[in-house]
Design a protein around this ligand. Structure first.
Ligand SMILES: Cc1ncc(COP(=O)(O)O)c(C=O)c1O
Length: 142
């Protein structure tokens, strides 16, 4: 067996996965009539203790929908410098949601709570911002 850990995108389905796909019960998901998708959504909602779950066929699509749902235009998304949404989604966060990415220098894609707190942009009135600028710069320099 050849194991390639570069990315989930270089994996190939096993025989069992191919058979499951071939034998899956299908229907029109737009009308909520795909029994396999419905079963998956029900299972995942239960797994995460949520009322509902929604299947997205690609990771990029799920990321973009999530950003749109959780932001307003002009806001920032705090993410690691290697985040997929920043590097590999064609500027989709800006195009679809009107947001920018505030990058954090994490460790292998992981950020600490402190890094996130320090990355939060707090808009201040101009006079307060001028008074505070020294303190804010110091915090960001850490
Ligand atoms: C963290 C992360 N998000 C999103 C994606 C994109 O997934 P897709 O190729 O299904 O759009 C990938 C793909 O490797 C990923 O690793």
């Amino acid at each position: 067996m050849h194991i390639d850990l570069r990315s989930d995108t270089v994996t190939n389905p096993t025989q069992g996965m191919l058979e499951a796909m071939h034998n899956a019960k299908l229907g029109d998901d737009v009308y909520g009539e795909d029994p396999t998708v419905n079963a998956l959504q029900t299972r995942l909602a239960k797994m995460f203790g949520k009322e509902k779950a929604l299947f997205f066929p690609t990771g990029t699509m799920a990321n973009q929908a999530a950003i749109k749902l959780h932001t307003q235009p002009g806001e920032q998304v705090i993410c690691d410098k290697y985040a997929h949404i920043y590097n590999y989604e064609g500027g989709g966060a800006s195009f679809n949601s009107g947001v920018s990415c505030k990058l954090v220098d994490g460790h292998r894609g992981m950020m600490t709570a402190e890094q996130v707190i320090l990355a939060i942009y707090v808009p201040l009135p101009r006079a307060d911002a001028q008074k505070m600028s020294g303190a804010v710069s110091a915090a960001l320099a850490e």
